[in-house]
Design a protein around this ligand. Structure first.
Ligand SMILES: [Zn+2]
Length: 160
């Protein structure tokens, strides 16, 4: 009986010691998406979308630096041809970690498509329509990029 109680006590104390240890492990994990990765996506899609004449920056930001309920944001200056894209930090994502990188890439493509449309006059009444168009085009592009590679059934090699 005494032994059982001792084991229980050990379990309880182990349980108490657990939370700080696991917190440390989480915070020392490498980020799901690094600033470098975000830069790489920006450069790739900026080129593909022929936006090379723009000087664009991307920044990973916390949830409070974005408009409520949004995953990304872009500010631009047509006179200077500069733009700043902000994307939500993986720390504030509610998606499973393996789904976050593709979604962040999508945010960057989404904001770049907005930049293309920046030549159009700002019109409050067409804002929703623009949002829908941008969402559909950017999703189509990113899906094309990430569709599984075609698997071709090759005939078995002939015996020589
Ligand atoms: Zn948008």
């Amino acid at each position: 009986m005494v032994r059982i109680i001792t084991i229980l006590l050990l379990l309880v104390s182990a349980g108490i010691a657990e939370p700080p240890a696991s917190r440390n492990r989480v915070s020392s994990m490498p980020p799901v998406v690094t600033e470098e990765q975000a830069q790489d996506w920006l450069r790739l899609w900026q080129k593909r979308l022929r936006l090379d004449d723009w000087k664009i920056e991307v920044r990973i930001v916390r949830i409070w630096e974005l408009e409520r309920g949004t995953l990304g944001h872009i500010d631009w200056s047509t006179t200077h041809h500069t733009a700043l894209i902000k994307v939500l930090s993986p720390e504030d994502y509610e998606l499973p970690p393996d789904k976050i990188p593709a979604d962040m890439e999508l945010s960057i493509v989404h904001e770049l498509v907005h930049l293309h449309l920046s030549v159009l006059p700002l019109n409050k009444s067409s804002r929703n329509a623009e949002e829908q168009v941008v969402t559909m085009i950017s999703e189509a592009l990113v899906n094309l990029e990430h569709r599984p590679a075609l698997t071709i059934d090759l005939p078995e090699a002939e015996t020589r």
